[in-house]
Design a protein around this ligand. Structure first.
Ligand SMILES: Nc1ncnc2c1ncn2[C@@H]1O[C@H](COP(=O)(O)OP(=O)(O)O)[C@@H](O)[C@H]1O
Ligand SMILES: [Mg+2]
Length: 161
């Protein structure tokens, strides 16, 4: 990837920092955006999703599928689809749950452990790898996979300075 702005790193030294990061990230998102979240258990994937959802005005949440709580939909200024793919068997299972619509929907789709359904992700998505660098500190490494996500990262890096 050689597009300028295709990689951005944010060093968080507290949950508050992560909240700020999520808030700024939310502001540069638009309908149809897909974010893949990677990082060990406890890295902060869910915390980041919560911060994004809060910024997008998601107050009331409801579970899309009552039997599988792997997909949550939050009703905000933009719909937020939150997926935890950790326990998904494969891409087919995700599609059977109606996941395809979320990836092509008019909300933002935030997917923990998205590599499990990597073949379904749109080419131009944002990948965020979270490293635990200390008890309270995290490194968010954001990688843009195409021109649209590159522009998002550029806007993010300018806003967050
Ligand atoms: N800087 C930080 N950013 C995000 N979470 C942090 C940070 N420092 C400590 N934490 C803690 O790390 C945990 C992250 O949990 P969670 O978001 O559920 O992780 P994941 O979804 O990646 O498994 C929480 O217990 C949170 O309090
Ligand atoms: Mg989680």
């Amino acid at each position: 990837m050689t597009t300028p702005g295709s990689e951005y790193r944010f060093a968080s030294s507290s949950e508050r920092d992560t909240q700020r990061f999520g808030r700024e990230l939310a502001r540069v998102l638009s309908p149809g955006d897909v974010i893949s979240l990677q990082g060990q258990l406890g890295a902060g994937k869910t915390r980041l999703v919560q911060s994004i959802a809060a910024e997008l005005g998601c107050e009331n949440s409801f579970v899309v599928s009552p039997t599988f709580t792997l997909i949550h939909e939050y009703d905000g200024r933009l719909p937020v689809y939150h997926v935890d793919a950790y326990r998904l068997k494969d891409s087919e299972e995700f599609l059977d749950m109606g996941g395809g619509e979320l990836l092509n929907g008019d909300g933002v789709c935030l997917i923990e452990w998205a590599d499990r359904i990597g073949d379904l992700l749109p080419k131009d998505h944002l990948r965020i790898e979270i490293d635990v660098t200390g008890e309270q500190s995290r490194m968010f490494r954001c990688l843009a996979a195409g021109p649209h996500s590159s522009r998002c990262l550029q806007a993010l890096s300018q806003a967050i300075r």
